[in-house]
Design a protein around this ligand. Structure first.
Ligand code: SF4
Ligand code: SF4
Length: 156
């Protein structure tokens, strides 16, 4: 019983120590999404496709580590890639390997779907960047370190 009590006391003191450390030197900042949106220096987002540049080489489908790319047969007899965003981890290996730059990166990251089936994009859907519905006027913010401490700053 005393062992259990000792464990509880130690766990409580550890938790208080973490709280005190974060109070003295906060390491986390809360961003009030969707009223505030965090700006990233670089962001891998939704992937676009120019079918007119695609040679159907399938390198993108072969390199994809999550098997997210399926090649779709089109009426012109060529195969073009479509992406299953339920599997995609946004590594952008497919973009890097594409020899003709038919696949291109975007910074579109706020994607949400109601149904898993909606996450499966055909080549036609890859041609048109998704429209992002923004019901709130958001302030762009970034996290900067001032004197070793993180600060939330407004980005112009
Ligand atoms: S970004 Fe990565 S995971 Fe997504 S489709 Fe391309 S290779 Fe596959
Ligand atoms: S998108 Fe690029 S890598 Fe993929 S099949 Fe077309 S040309 Fe090949």
């Amino acid at each position: 019983m005393s062992g259990k009590l000792g464990y509880i006391v130690k766990a409580t003191l550890d938790a208080l120590a973490v709280a005190a450390r974060n109070f003295a030197k906060p390491e986390r900042i809360t961003v009030f999404y969707p009223y505030e949106k965090l700006e990233y220096g670089r962001m891998r987002g939704w992937i676009g496709l120019w079918t007119e540049k695609c040679t159907s080489c399938m390198l993108c489908a072969r390199i994809c580590p999550t098997n997210a790319i399926k090649m779709y047969m089109e009426p012109n007899g060529k195969r073009y890639p479509g992406i299953d965003y339920g599997r995609c981890i946004m590594c952008h290996f497919c973009i890097d390997v594409c020899p003709t730059d038919a696949l291109y990166p975007t910074d579109i990251k706020e994607l949400a779907w109601y149904d898993y089936k909606e996450m499966i994009y055909t080549p036609d859907m890859e041609r048109e960047p998704p429209k992002i519905h923004s019901p709130y006027k958001a302030v762009k913010v970034a996290i900067k370190y001032v004197g070793g401490l993180p600060r939330k700053v407004r980005v112009q």
